[in-house]
Design a protein around this ligand. Structure first.
Ligand SMILES: Cc1cc2nc3c(=O)[nH]c(=O)nc-3n(C[C@H](O)[C@H](O)[C@H](O)COP(=O)(O)OP(=O)(O)OC[C@H]3O[C@@H](n4cnc5c(N)ncnc54)[C@H](O)[C@@H]3O)c2cc1C
Length: 524
């Protein structure tokens, strides 16, 4: 048994960032991770062949690079080996009619490409980009602040002071809009609308879901203004740097340590019991980087003592699942729409708003989508160090999928457990990519497929393959993430806190929930 000031359940990047901050403040921190590797959704491993390094989950590290944590600790992270690979050609879409459009960090390049679809849209794009710094100030402040009345009042006051009442209401309207509403108001080309709307599908915002417009808006404007960032050698560069910060400040990280229970005494969290039976105590805090259902369903066998909280954790809603297909390739895909697509970090295959709406609806109804949204990541186009000389890896994210299959929208695959279906479904995905990039199959040297259930096996926070650990729809975001009254990483149990993607400000590699919690605790 060891005694710590703070114990962390799980070594996701939020927990690591929180632990790093506290360890540097002198706290004795212990992190217990069930898997053999740390990092949770942010890992880089050789899934296919030796020398081919695949990002298990997150590939785009722009949120981490732009985070408050990185701003504060850039030197420490760099000293621990953090290295980014900047991306100029960020994302593009290829279309069934053979056309393509992409967003690069060069405004003239993007605007020229857009003008080929619509001169009006290109003019709108320039106006939106010019207005972005003023808008971003408020949105980033909102997303980077705790969900407390005081922080919200400060953000609202600043917004009103800078933009007046009409401007402030426009920002509020953007936050409430669906992707389709915002895109149809601003752009006339169906190709441009589809390219931008795909960013909503990285979360669970199909085109018609209120509250989703801000994600296509922020991602496209940020990519235009600052470009994108990958990890040099793999996304796990942030995990190695964070864990280096923790251990060099005296923190302890234990892998293969499944936390079975959080121990409580007199209404206060006192430590953890591992599945092995080992116990460890925490004098100041137990911080669980887990999915809400697991907190009260597994880690607190007698509940939290507050029936309302326990019910809210059990009712926490997950988003549809993801399949990941990792390919080792002889060469990058030969995109039919144009060789320029080979240099983009992401190529989206999601032809229209209606196709995306249909895909989401099919997944919600338990059906295998006939035409899933595909995010084809080409990390070795930016960072060749991830594969042997001249070779490549392809990172294919398949959105959106049911956790339990009740049918097939294409009428070809009989419903069964994902373990029996995943290879057939991966073949459907490769067939779709072949229509955009003929000859892809001949370039494949190795393939690894993770079904939604495999993702959950790797990391139980990815419930049903939900890559964002919980729907981000309005009723479960902002003051309601993970539940009303608990957006401040608190629980009814004293000294017990939640962190991670299920908590405010949600999924992504921004380390924001971990760092904001650390700042709250650090003053204790
Ligand atoms: C396929 C995929 C693609 C993504 N792409 C991007 C992207 O490109 N850019 C981006 O910004 N974000 C992306 N995301 C989202 C982002 O990676 C996650 O939101 C983020 O990494 C979650 O971090 P976290 O701190 O919540 O913990 P997680 O990464 O979820 O880690 C939690 C850890 O806790 C461990 N754990 C859970 N229960 C226990 C227990 N009882 N005992 C011990 N350990 C336990 C788990 O094993 C895991 O290691 C992606 C996610 C996925 C899955």
């Amino acid at each position: 048994m060891s005694e710590f000031d703070a114990i962390f359940v799980g070594a996701g990047h939020n927990s690591l960032a929180c632990a790093a901050h506290l360890a540097l403040k002198g706290w004795k921190t212990g992190i217990f991770e069930r898997s053999a590797t740390i990092g949770g959704a942010v890992q880089t491993r050789e899934f296919t062949l030796p020398g081919f390094r695949h990002d298990f989950g997150a590939m785009n590290l722009s949120l981490f690079a732009g985070s408050a944590f990185h701003r504060k600790y850039a030197n420490e992270l760099k000293a621990q080996g953090l290295e980014f690979a900047p991306v100029a050609d960020c994302f593009a879409s290829a279309f069934p009619d053979g056309r393509w459009f992409g967003v690069s960090n060069d405004l003239e390049k993007t605007a020229t490409l857009m003008a080929a679809f619509s001169a009006t849209d290109a003019a709108t794009w320039r106006k939106l980009v010019a207005a972005f710094p003023a808008e971003a100030e408020h949105l980033f402040r909102l997303l980077g602040s705790p969900m407390s009345g005081r922080a919200l009042a400060g953000t609202a006051w600043n917004l009103w002071r800078k933009k007046g009442i009409a401007g402030a209401l426009e920002t509020g309207r953007l936050l409430l809009s669906s992707p389709r509403a915002w895109l149809e108001e601003n752009f006339e080309s169906p190709h441009i609308r589809a390219t931008l709307a795909t960013w909503g599908m990285h979360l669970d915002f199909a085109p018609d879901i209120a509250g989703g417009a801000v994600f296509p808006y922020l991602e496209s404007m940020a990519n235009q203004s600052f470009g994108m960032v990958l990890g040099k050698g793999g996304a796990d560069t942030i995990i190695r740097a964070l864990s280096g910060m923790v251990t060099s400040a005296g923190g302890k990280i234990v892998t293969g340590a499944d936390v079975a229970e959080i121990t409580i005494s007199a209404g206060k969290a006192t430590g953890v019991r591992l599945a092995s039976g080992e116990t460890h105590t925490a004098t100041k805090a137990v911080i669980a980087g887990v999915a809400p259902k697991a907190l009260t369903g597994k880690l607190l066998p007698n509940g939290s003592g507050d029936a309302g909280f326990d019910a809210a954790m059990q009712q926490f809603r997950h988003a549809p699942g993801t399949m990941m297909i990792h390919l080792a390739l002889d060469d990058l895909p030969d995109w039919r729409a144009g060789p320029e697509l080979r240099q983009f970090a992401y190529v989206h295959l999601s032809p229209s708003l209606d196709a995306m709406s249909r895909t989401y609806q099919q997944a919600m109804a338990g059906m295998l989508p006939d035409e899933p949204v595909l995010v084809v990541g080409q990390p070795t186009a930016i960072d060749p160090s991830r594969a042997p000389a001249g070779k490549h890896v392809l990172w294919v994210q398949v959105r959106m999928l049911p956790a339990e299959i009740t049918g097939d929208a294409a009428g070809k695959i009989a419903p069964a457990h994902w373990d029996r279906v995943k290879d057939n479904y991966a073949d459907r995905v490769l067939d779709i990519i072949e229509t955009y990039a003929p000859g892809l199959r001949k370039k494949i040297l190795g393939r690894a497929v993770f079904s939604p259930i495999d993702l959950e096996r790797e990391n139980p926070n990815l419930v049903g393959g939900d890559q964002v650990c919980g729907s981000h729809h309005l009723a479960q975001n902002f003051l309601f993430r993970p539940a009303r009254g608990y957006a401040g990483w608190n629980t009814p149990v004293a000294h017990l806190h939640l962190t991670g993607a299920a908590t405010w400000p949600g999924a992504g590699t921004g380390a924001a929930s971990g760092y904001m919690l650390a700042q709250q605790l650090g003053v204790r």
